[in-house]
Ligand binder design. Sequence first.
Ligand SMILES: NC(=O)c1ccc[n+]([C@@H]2O[C@H](COP(=O)([O-])OP(=O)(O)OC[C@H]3O[C@@H](n4cnc5c(N)ncnc54)[C@H](O)[C@@H]3O)[C@@H](O)[C@H]2O)c1
Ligand SMILES: O=C(O)[C@H](O)[C@H](O)COP(=O)(O)O
Length: 381
Amino acid sequence: MKIVADENIPLADVFFGGLGEVVSVPGRTLNAAQVADADVLLVRSVTRVNRELLENSKVRFVASATSGIDHVDTDWLKEKGIGFAHAPGCNADSVVEYVLSVINVLSEQLGFSLKEQVVGIIGKGQVGGRLLRRLEALGVRCLVHDPFAPAEKTEQQAELDDLLAKSDIISLHTPLTKHGDHPTFHLLNAHCIGLIRPGSILINSSRGPVVDNLVLLDRLRQGDMTAVLDVWEQEPDINPELLDHVAIGTPHIAGYSLEAKIRGTGMIYQAMCRYFGFPTRVRINNVMPIPVLRSMTFSSDVQAEEAITTALRAVYDVRRDDNRLRLALRQRKEAVPVVFDRLRKTYPERREFQSLKVRLRNATPDVKHQLEGQGFRVVSE
Ligand SMILES: NC(=O)c1ccc[n+]([C@@H]2O[C@H](COP(=O)([O-])OP(=O)(O)OC[C@H]3O[C@@H](n4cnc5c(N)ncnc54)[C@H](O)[C@@H]3O)[C@@H](O)[C@H]2O)c1
Ligand SMILES: O=C(O)[C@H](O)[C@H](O)COP(=O)(O)O
């Protein structure tokens, strides 16, 4: 069996090597000739999977090691009887931790207390739902807008216009869709961006085109709101002027924790084994590397907020990713798309909060409870 795989799928050989010959290719430029004699195609979000790519191939199964599937023409695959799988939720904790790091950094830079903010979550799926739970564990008031997955608590439920007008922090977690009852392409258009209150923060880690980037840039030029973008229109050729106007800008890496990427590979491996009726021999937990930072100890007088900030920043600080992007673009040695893709390809190892064991010496049960609510593994000593 010939398996053509995006070179940015980590551990592809470890998972798929026992199932066939694995051929690694750059996903962004993958073309029909490269998949013509493949049986299986494994992609990430940068490969457009459609008739043009596959109509003359013998590919029987396609999998994307991603949550989003807007790059895949699933209707065409279905029509042709080609199997398809993706990895829902593989990187949800990674994106949640990206957003929590953003909020943590901005609360210090802009001088606000998170507990006094209203956070509006648009899209309550794997990412939005988990973000909601972590924020609730911190005692933060949240509003939720999702026409397909209403909030469990009526007081959280909000129409889009209301959420935009009432939230101090707005975080987008919808897929990119162009059809159906509630398409999200330019969901945040001129009308919606106009509803965002002066002083509010908009975070987009969903897909670039969910926000009309030119309208956003116009609003940011007025200097009365803050935006954070991990995803951009026209990736990888992002607009440098927009980067200059956002408080934090990163190259579509919110979901790039090592756990998320390996989970993504493992999930599509399991799906392929199910599809072809193969036994699964490789286990995700058995191939997950041990983190460099394994534990951290706090003494008895630590307060929950201080412990969470210290642990959170030790595991992930979004400013490092923002710096890498700005520095690389400032050097002007490479074109914008080259920088964007290079930073993604050479992304340094980043771990999730659950990789850190927090040791608490005589701390109160509240500190333990709050750290656990943010996903850290806590041991009381
Ligand atoms: N930046 C990154 O690295 C990264 C990582 C993971 C996912 N993503 C993006 O984030 C998206 C969400 O991820 P997920 O894992 O939570 O997906 P998901 O499918 O679990 O959740 C998406 C949610 O959005 C809701 N939704 C759909 N249309 C909506 C609309 N018009 N208004 C409000 N809500 C709407 C759905 O009902 C669903 O609950 C993915 O589709 C992907 O595009 C980005
Ligand atoms: O939808 C997702 O899961 C992520 O946005 C996506 O996977 C980002 O990484 P990429 O596939 O482009 O490497």
